[in-house]
Ligand binder design. Structure first.
Ligand SMILES: Nc1c(C(=O)O)ncn1[C@@H]1O[C@H](COP(=O)(O)O)[C@@H](O)[C@H]1O
Length: 163
């Protein structure tokens, strides 16, 4: 993440990766504040054994794109919403990458989806992780179906006379 002030949002990615048992590291790196450290991190990432990078930043959010410029690993960008502009600035900074330097961008503030997407990428070659992801998905489907039943019961539809 670009700053420790992003942690509250980025915790969404950390938590889901921990829940799924995915090994991860959590770092503060900034293209603006520590460009050389950031580039070194990106350059060494694949060699160190990392397989996917989730990068969250707010405002002029250049971190995900700059990481993607210096590594072949997939980079998933999380637009962190700040007090001004509600994250639209972060979103546009991350999503509008030039051809040749892809960054997969999730919704504003949705670090959980970034963690899930990273896990899906890793699950391509990890059948046990794939199973845990499927269980999580089944759980979400069951909760949605339960919500449907509760709401439909609370607001019963009128009988439809089909005659
Ligand atoms: N967007 C970037 C980058 C970068 O893109 O390199 N570095 C820090 N930041 C962002 O600045 C915001 C404010 O940071 P501070 O709260 O530390 O001032 C954070 O959301 C951070 O991600």
């Amino acid at each position: 993440m670009g700053s420790d002030t992003d942690l509250e949002v980025m915790r969404g990615a950390i938590d889901i990766l921990d829940e799924l048992g995915v090994a991860r590291e959590v770092r503060v790196l900034s293209a603006h504040r520590r460009p050389f450290d950031m580039l070194g991190y990106a350059r060494d990432a694949a060699w160190r054994g990392l397989e996917t990078i989730v990068a969250g930043a707010g405002g002029a959010a250049h971190l995900p794109g700059m990481l993607a410029s210096a590594t072949r690993l997939p980079v998933i960008g999380v637009p962190v919403p700040l007090r001004h502009l509600d994250g639209l600035d972060s979103l546009l900074s991350i999503v509008q990458m030039p051809r040749g330097v892809p960054v997969a961008t999730v919704a504003v503030g949705n670090a959980r989806n970034a963690g899930l997407l990273a896990a899906r990428i890793l699950a391509i070659t990890d059948p046990e992780l794939a199973e845990r992801l499927e269980a999580l998905h089944d759980d979400m489907v069951a909760r949605s179906a339960g919500a449907d039943e509760r709401i439909a019961t609370a607001y019963p539809a009128p009988e439809i006379d089909e005659g």
